[in-house]
Design a protein around this ligand. Structure first.
Ligand code: GRF
Length: 212
């Protein structure tokens, strides 16, 4: 049986949300950037009315920068090691995003804890994606935590960010079954297929909620 795409539930059920105004996005990522690319692709394909104004990444090795190049999206390395503390890094991020009139900030695999410097600058406008069905399995190693707990279903969540890690109002979730022989890698692969589906939906939902 092919489990790669057949077994999942997404709620709210994906539907096209027409945005009358083009959203100006700033994306933050630390790693491979497959979620960044999912956003860029859905913009290119006309599914999400948005523009990524800037990608900020914090790790010089992060391959997300290559994906930005592929889509001709400006990117900027802000290496956290060059900043004295989290607030100083966040102040620099805010400055860069504000300079480009960014309205929504998307944490697409951003592996740093954010501070009030960012959240106050973009109130209710910072969105995160996390590889579990929150509020279960917060923090790092969410996939290993789910395997360890021997749950039969896990998944991913797109939510608004508040000061507590992996908390804040939930926008959309996808459920993914855990299979008997799953390793962290095989499970992450199947979760990522769903992440790429719900990340853009979460952005559209957040923006629609704010207008209603
Ligand atoms: C995703 O699994 C996301 O849920 C987590 O970090 C991972 C980033 O993956 N926060 P990618 O860099 O987008 O491929």
């Amino acid at each position: 049986m092919d489990h790669s795409s057949s077994s999942f539930i997404i709620s709210p059920y994906p539907q096209s949300i027409k945005l009358d105004k083009t959203l100006k996005l700033g994306v933050m990522a630390s790693g491979s950037g497959s979620n960044f690319e999912a956003i860029a692709r859905s913009i290119d394909e006309g599914e999400l009315n948005a523009k990524i104004e800037l990608l900020i990444y914090n790790n010089p090795e992060a391959t997300v920068k290559n994906r930005a190049q592929k889509y001709q999206i400006p990117s900027l390395l802000l290496n956290h090691r060059d900043f004295p503390n989290r607030k100083a890094l966040d102040r620099a991020i805010v400055e860069e995003f504000k300079a480009r009139d960014v309205e929504w900030v998307i944490m697409a695999g951003w592996m740093r804890i954010v501070t009030e410097e960012l959240l106050k600058a973009f109130p209710q406008r910072v969105i995160n994606i996390h590889p579990s069905l929150l509020p279960s399995f917060k923090g790092i190693n969410a996939i290993e935590q789910a395997l360890e707990a021997q749950v039969k279903i896990t998944g991913c969540t797109v939510h608004l960010v508040d000061l507590e890690v992996d908390s804040g109002p939930i926008l959309v979730q996808a459920a993914v079954p855990i299979l008997p022989n799953d390793t962290p890698e095989t499970l992450h692969q199947r979760i990522q297929i769903q992440e790429h589906r719900i990340i853009t939906q979460g952005i559209a939902i957040a923006s629609a909620l704010q207008r209603s």
